[in-house]
Design a protein around this ligand. Structure first.
Ligand code: GDP
Ligand code: IMO
Ligand code: MG
Length: 423
């Protein structure tokens, strides 16, 4: 079998958690491959709303194995909190959750360094979630990091102390005040809890699953425009959020990748700093935020809102090799007379649909087309209004990729499978 990949095509928070939960009945294994607790993936069913940060979004389905892959960075304190909540809901964590030995650990000092670095940047700050993501990946690539597998080694405490000593020097450089002794007890307690989990060589686990015909879905975090290489650098996260990240973050060869399901909102949002060509810094943006309840699942920050950006969407589809699209939050547009879609950018008087290298400095003027709104609530796949079908058809024509799912509400059930419409 081949592993399918599901990932966000915008700036994150597209609704990945919801769709993974909806698709899990079709899969045996769901694997997170990058990012860490900067992610907040929301699921809603039976009147319950649940936000996952580190744990894959297949966890509520008993038949499904959930893997935290080597590419993920783990804060044991946050993971423990997530697990405690799931155990209360009756999830059998020991049986359903598998953690890679190669995943890197977020130390309390990584979080302090994140805060110190952002404070030092002042107005230029990235708008990080302050979960210690950047400093942890820096230690990974700098070959200083601690991994989950290290917690069973006899000199784990020494390894920890030697890394923390390095961090203390950096914090002194930043002139940053902190109280590490207030953070360490909870961290070490969470390390003990981590020891109780099913810790595995995930590259063998996933590849053997594929070999034996199991269906595997890799769940992305963040979004393509936050990718460390292809996002709007430096206003990005510190991992490869794209399809290629699923290969390095799980140990799955490129030839073993099957479908790539790209998730996008019917409009755009971004939380944190950085360029956002179609941003609506006006009443319309406020309306989108209000109807779409656009407040971060991890930090509670208000999300910036804007119209759908096709040049950016096409770019994300290109770098990921997207084979099918899922359009989220169509219901947010239910009452609009007109919906705008950005088809091109005007840069220095010329129309282009190419994302420039210097997005930050380029004076991008979005060029829009007006689409007629559908002005009704969508509750089922039957008799979808012509205006909605036109909106979908336009995006499919522009991108060359079919939209296979349309989401019309946060609940599992508020999902329209479009394959029937295409057949
Ligand atoms: P993720 O990080 O990609 O998993 O997305 P988040 O969970 O951070 O943000 C998506 C938000 O939109 C959550 O609050 C979801 O419950 C909600 N949501 C998902 N799909 C829909 C939808 O189709 N319509 C509406 N109105 N809300 C949705
Ligand atoms: P999910 O998986 C939206 C943003 C932050 C900041 C930048 C860098 O829920 O879609 P970091 O903490 O990684 O150093 O922050 O990236 N960011 C996200 N925005 N959704 C996310 O995850 C995000 N994870 C990070 O707001 O701008
Ligand atoms: Mg989110």
């Amino acid at each position: 079998m081949k592993a399918d990949v599901l990932l966000g095509l915008q700036w994150g928070d597209e609704g990945k958690g919801k769709v993974v939960d909806v698709l899990t009945p079709d899969y045996d294994m769901i694997c997170r491959f990058q990012g860490g607790p900067n992610a907040g993936h929301t699921l809603e069913f039976n009147g319950i709303k649940h936000v996952l940060h580190t744990i894959p979004s297949g966890i509520f389905h008993k038949h499904c194995s959930n893997v935290i892959g080597n590419g993920v960075v783990i804060d044991p304190v946050i993971l423990k909190r997530e697990i405690d909540a799931l155990v209360k809901m009756g999830v059998d964590i020991k049986k359903q959750l598998f953690v890679s030995k190669r995943a890197h650990l977020i130390l309390p000092t990584h979080r302090l360094l994140d805060a110190a670095s952002e404070a030092a940047k002042g107005k230029e700050k990235i708008g990080s979630t302050l979960k210690g993501i950047g400093p942890t990946y820096m230690d990974k690539t700098g070959r200083n990091g601690l991994r989950v597998g290290d917690i069973t080694s006899r000199n784990f405490k020494e390894k920890y102390s030697s890394l923390v000593d390095k961090h203390k020097q950096l914090l002194a450089f930043y002139n940053f005040e902190y109280k590490l002794n207030e953070l360490e007890p909870a961290w070490f307690e969470a390390i003990e809890a981590l020891r109780q989990l099913t810790i595995i060589d995930s590259e063998y686990f996933v590849n053997e699953a594929l070999k034996s015909g199991k269906k595997v879905l890799a769940e992305g975090a963040q979004g393509s425009l936050l990718d460390i290489d292809f996002g709007m650098y430096p206003f990005v996260t510190s991992s490869n959020t794209m399809t290629a990240g699923a290969c390095t973050g799980l140990g799955v060869p490129p030839r073993a990748i099957g479908n790539v399901i790209g998730i996008f909102k019917a409009y755009c949002t971004r939380v944190g700093s950085g360029p956002f060509p179609t941003e609506l810094d006006n009443e319309m943006g406020e309306t989108l935020r209000k109807i779409g309840n656009e407040f971060g699942s991890t930090t509670g920050r208000a999300r910036r809102c804007g119209w759908l950006d096709l040049p950016a969407l096409k770019y994300a589809i290109m770098i990921n090799g997207v084979t099918e699209l899922t359009m989220m939050k169509a219901d947010v547009m239910d009452n609009f007379d007109t919906i705008k879609v950005c088809t091109h950018y005007k840069i220095n008087g010329k129309n282009t649909d190419v994302l420039p290298f210097d997005v930050i400095d380029a004076n991008i003027e979005p060029v829009y087309v007006d689409m007629k709104g559908w002005k009704q609530n969508i509750t089922s796949a039957n008799n979808l209004p012509e205006e909605l079908m036109n909106y979908i058809g336009f995006i499919e024509k522009e991108t060359g990729v079919p939209i296979s799912i349309v989401s019309v509400g946060p609940d599992r059930k508020q999902t329209i499978i479009m394959k029937k419409q295409h057949a």
